[in-house]
Design a protein around this ligand. Structure first.
Ligand code: 13P
Length: 245
């Protein structure tokens, strides 16, 4: 049985994807501590930091109200899979979220929908909250096709425990965010394809100027922030602006 996570009355969610940054543990601790201090009085936004795997255990004990996420996980819980990190290992470390299917992994690690699908299921099974990244609604159809027919009806249910991050390719790391209107249309289309209760985040060139509009005008549950999350002051501003939304 897959564990179904509850998202009713969920707070706004701001997820920092540090990607392959920073290059030293010292910088990672500094960044984490600055964000921790900057957001400590904000109660109506859940802040999640997804550092590279290698920093997770080192900064996890500095824990505050900030939650932790990983940037990927494997689809098996243990075994002869050199170099992989399993959902069980992340759970044991106190990690709550895991980003799955980021477009950079699809591009540089050739991750396929069938692999992504297995990862989502493995994460849900152990009680992690997967954040599934998609850049177009057709990816949902492909994910549904990538499982055997008798699993298809279950897949919809599987998505109950997942969070979707809509991250259009043209907006990632380009400084050219998706227009709020287009993002809103996509959010509505994704909800129609899955279910109306699924939380959807927006990601792609989010900064402190545009953050609030994606939540307030486009109706997203929150944001997945890349580059701007490496600048503590900018990231804190994003959280504060969304808290006011
Ligand atoms: P940027 O915020 O740097 O565009 O990156 C978005 C992203 O890929 C978050 O996962």
């Amino acid at each position: 049985m897959l564990r179904i996570c509850e998202f009713t009355n969920m707070k706004k969610l701001i997820v920092a994807n540090w990607k392959c940054n920073p290059t030293t543990l010292k910088e990672a601790k500094l960044l984490f501590n600055s964000v921790k201090n900057g957001v400590k009085n904000i109660k109506n936004v859940e802040v999640v930091i997804c550092p590279p795997f290698i920093y997770l255990s080192n900064i996890q004990h500095l824990k505050s109200d900030i939650q932790f996420g990983a940037q990927d996980c494997f689809w098996e819980q243990n075994g002869a899979f050199t170099g992989e990190i399993s959902p069980s290992m992340l759970k044991d470390l106190g990690v709550d979220y895991v980003i799955i299917g980021h477009s950079e992994r699809r591009k540089y690690q050739q991750e396929k929908d069938s692999m992504i699908n297995k990862k989502i299921k493995a994460a849900l099974k152990i009680g992690l909250k997967p954040i599934l990244c998609i850049d177009k609604t057709s990816q949902i159809r492909k994910l549904q096709r990538s499982v055997k027919m008798n699993e298809v009806h279950r897949l919809k249910k599987d998505f109950w425990g997942a969070i979707i991050a809509y991250e259009p390719l043209f907006a990632i790391g380009t400084g050219k965010p998706c227009s709020v209107d287009k993002a809103k249309k996509m959010r509505i289309a994704i909800k129609k394809k899955l279910n109306k209760n699924i939380p959807i985040l927006y990601g792609g060139s989010v900064d402190s100027q545009n953050a609030r509009d994606y939540v307030k005008k486009a109706g997203f549950q929150g944001l997945l922030v890349g580059g701007a999350s490496l600048n503590a002051q900018e990231f804190i501003k994003i959280v504060k602006n969304v808290a006011k939304a």
